[in-house]
Ligand binder design. Structure first.
Ligand code: FAD
Ligand code: NAI
Length: 518
C-alpha cells in the first residue's frame, strides 16, 4: 500500500516534470514563431517614427535656413502676380522662378486660410495660426521674388504699366502714399472679390463682414463688447435683450459656419463665465431664399436646419434685410410686411462682388468684358480681349463657383503651364517665346476637378457633399466633423500652420476659449 502510494507519487512527479518540460519546449518552439513578427512590427513603427521625425526636423531646419537665391535676370520676362490669396499664392508656390522675374503685389503680406476664418471670430483658433507670411514662401524660390505691400489701383494695358498705392492700413502709416508705377511683361490677376452689400443702406457703417482677418478680429471684439455692455449696471431689460441679440445675414456657407461657431462659444464658454446672461443670448440667421445653403444637397440642408433648431438658432428664410441702422435693422418678411428688429452684433455674409481694380481692367477691354461680376476668361484663363494678362480665382469668370479649391487649382495649372512652356522654349533655343499665345497651342484647357464641399455647422457636427465616381455622397454628423478637421489640417499651407491649428484645438479642449476683450 505504502510502496504503491510512493510509486504513484513518484509517477505523478515524473508526469508533472514531463508536462512542465513539454510546456517549456512548446513555449520554446512557439517563441521563435511570434518574435520575428513582433520584432518586424516594432522595427516598422520605430523606422516610421524615425523617418517622420527626421523629415519634420529637416523641413523645420530648411524653413528657417533658406538657401542663397539667384538675382533677377534682365534677359527674363517680368511676371507680376496681383494678390496673395488662394489663386496667386498657389501659383507662386508652383512657379519655377528660374524662368521669370517674379513680382508679387498685394495689400496683404500673408496668405489667409479662409476655411478656418469663422473659427477665429470666437477664439477656437488664434488668428496667426491660419496666416502664412508670403515672404517665407518667396525666400525658398530659386530666384529672388520681389514683394510690394500695396494695392494695385489701375492698369495701363497698352503700356503694360500698373499703378500701386500703399494704403494707410495700420496705426503706423499716416495716410495713403504717392502712387508708384511698375511694368510687367506678363500679368496674373488674382485679387479675389470684395463683400457685396447690394447697396443696402447702413451695412458698411454698422455691420461686421467676415472676409479678411481684420473682420474676424472686429467681430470678436464687438461680440465681447456687447456681452460686457449687457452685464453693466442698470441696463434695462429691453437694452440687454438688444445687446444679446446676435444676427447673421446670409445663409450661405460663411453665415452657417459663423452661426455654428458662435453657438459653440455660447454653449462651451459663455454659459460658464456669464451664467445668467448666456441664457438670454439669441442667435438669428436671416436668409432671403426659401432655404439656407442653396448649393448643398437637400438632405444636408434639412440636417443643418434641424441641427440649428436643436441648438436654438432661429432661421428666418424668405426674409430680406433692407436696411441696417446702428441698433436695429429692417427686414422684409415673407408676407411683404416690414419689421424693425433690435440687435447687438450683426454679421453680414451675403457673398462677394468684383474688386474696384477689376472694373478698371474691364474698362480697358469694354467691348468684350461685359460682365460686371469679374473678368471674363477663356479656357486657358486668359483675360478676354487682353494680351499677356491671365486671371485666376474669384475675380475670374471661368464658369466655376468662387471657391478656394477652384482658385488653387487654377493657380497650380497656370504655374505648371508657364513652367513647361518656358522650359520647352529654352530647350528649343527660343529665348523670347510668346507663352501667352503658345499656351493654347501646347496645352489642354483648364478643367476643374471638384473635391466636394465641407462645412462646419456647430456642436461638433459638419456636413459633407463629396463626389464619388459619377454621383455625390452626402454625410453629416460628428464623424464628418472629424473628417472636416483632418481634411483642413492636411490642406493648411505649411507644417507651421498645421502645428499651430492642432495646438489651438488642444488648448481649447483643456482651457476653453479666451473671453478677454482686446
Ligand atoms: P482671395 O483668397 O480673396 O485673395 C485675394 C488677394 O488679392 C488677397 O491677398 C487680397 O489682399 C489681394 N488683393 C485685393 N485687392 C487687390 C489689389 N487691388 N491689388 C493687389 N492685390 C489685391 N472656399 C472653399 O472652397 N472652401 C471653404 O471651406 C471656404 N471657406 C471660406 C470661408 C470664408 C469665411 C470665406 C470668406 C471664404 C471661404 N471660401 C471657401 C471661399 C474662398 O476663400 C475663396 O474662393 C478664395 O479665397 C478665392 O481665392 P482668390 O485667390 O481668388 O482670392
Ligand atoms: P453665398 O453667396 O454663398 O451666400 C450668401 C447668401 O446670402 C445667399 O444665400 C443669399 O440669398 C443671401 N442674401 C443676400 N442678400 C441678402 C439679404 N439682404 N438678406 C438676407 N439674405 C441675403 O456667400 P458666402 O456664404 O459668403 O460664400 C461665398 C463663396 O465662398 C461661395 O462660393 C461659397 O461656396 C464659398 N464658401 C465655401 C465654404 C465651404 O465650402 N465650407 C465656406 C464659406 C464660403
Amino acid at each position: 500500500m505504502f510502496s504503491a502510494a510512493r510509486a504513484s507519487t513518484r509517477l505523478s512527479r515524473v508526469a508533472a516534470s514531463y508536462a512542465q518540460r513539454m510546456a517549456m519546449s512548446t513555449l520554446k518552439e512557439e517563441a521563435p514563431k511570434r518574435t520575428p513578427r513582433l520584432r518586424k512590427l516594432k522595427r516598422v513603427i520605430y523606422g516610421t517614427a524615425l523617418v517622420g521625425a527626421t523629415y519634420t526636423g529637416w523641413s523645420m531646419y530648411r524653413n528657417r535656413n533658406p538657401a542663397e537665391q539667384m538675382a533677377f535676370d534682365p534677359s527674363k520676362k517680368t511676371l507680376v502676380l496681383l494678390g496673395t490669396g488662394w489663386g496667386s499664392t498657389t501659383m507662386l508656390k508652383n512657379l519655377d522662378t528660374d524662368n521669370y522675374n517674379v513680382v508679387v503685389v498685394s495689400p496683404r503680406n500673408y496668405f489667409l486660410f479662409t476655411p478656418l476664418l469663422p473659427s477665429c471670430t470666437v477664439g477656437t483658433i488664434e488668428n496667426r495660426s491660419i496666416m502664412e507670411p508670403v515672404r517665407l514662401l518667396m525666400r525658398h524660390k530659386s530666384r529672388e521674388v520681389k514683394f510690394y505691400e500695396a494695392e494695385c489701383t489701375d492698369i495701363d494695358a497698352e503700356r503694360k504699366e500698373l499703378t500701386l498705392v500703399r494704403r494707410a492700413n495700420s496705426e503706423d502709416s499716416k495716410g495713403d502714399q504717392e502712387p508708384v508705377k511698375i511694368n510687367y511683361d506678363y500679368l496674373v490677376v488674382g485679387v479675389g472679390g470684395t463683400v457685396n452689400t447690394f447697396g443696402t443702406p447702413g451695412v458698411e457703417e454698422n455691420a461686421c463682414f467676415l472676409k479678411e482677418m481684420g473682420d474676424a478680429r472686429k467681430i470678436r471684439r464687438r461680440l465681447m463688447d456687447s456681452i460686457e455692455s449687457a452685464a453693466f449696471a442698470d441696463v434695462s431689460d429691453a437694452e440687454r435683450d438688444r445687446l444679446l441679440h446676435m444676427v447673421v445675414v446670409g445663409g450661405g456657407p460663411t453665415g452657417i459656419e459663423y452661426a455654428g461657431e458662435l453657438h459653440d462659444f455660447l454653449q462651451d464658454d459663455l454659459s460658464q463665465w456669464y451664467p445668467e446672461l448666456a441664457k438670454k443670448i439669441q442667435i438669428t440667421l436671416i436668409e432671403a431664399l426659401p432655404n439656407v445653403l442653396p448649393a448643398f444637397d437637400k438632405k444636408l440642408i434639412d440636417y443643418t436646419q434641424s441641427t440649428f433648431k436643436e441648438n436654438q438658432i432661429t432661421i428666418l428664410t424668405r426674409t430680406m434685410v433692407k436696411e441696417v441702422k446702428e441698433k436695429s435693422f429692417i427686414v422684409q418678411n415673407p408676407d411683404g410686411t416690414r419689421s424693425d428688429i433690435p440687435y447687438g452684433l450683426l454679421v453680414w455674409a451675403t457673398g462677394i462682388k468684383a474688386q474696384p481694380v477689376v472694373d478698371r481692367i474691364r474698362a480697358q477691354f469694354a467691348q468684350v468684358q461685359t460682365n460686371g461680376r469679374g473678368l471674363l476668361v477663356d479656357e486657358y484663363l486668359r483675360v478676354k480681349g487682353a494680351r499677356d494678362i491671365w486671371a485666376v480665382g474669384d475675380c475670374a469668370l471661368s464658369g466655376y463657383a468662387p471657391l478656394a479649391q477652384v482658385a488653387s487649382q487654377q493657380g497650380k495649372w497656370l504655374a505648371r503651364r508657364l513652367n513647361s512652356l518656358a522650359t520647352q522654349a529654352v530647350r528649343e533655343g527660343k529665348t523670347d517665346a510668346d507663352v501667352f499665345s503658345l499656351i493654347e497651342e501646347k496645352s489642354r484647357p483648364f478643367k476643374y476637378s471638384s473635391q466636394g464641399s465641407l462645412a462646419y455647422i456647430g456642436s461638433e457636427k459638419a456636413i459633407a457633399d463629396l463626389p464619388f465616381f459619377n454621383r455625390n455622397i452626402t454625410a453629416g454628423g460628428v464623424a464628418t466633423f472629424w473628417f472636416w478637421k483632418s481634411a483642413y489640417v492636411n490642406e493648411l499651407f505649411s507644417l507651421r500652420n498645421s502645428t499651430l491649428v492642432v495646438s489651438d484645438w488642444v488648448k481649447r479642449f483643456f482651457f476653453g476659449r479666451d473671453i478677454s476683450r482686446e
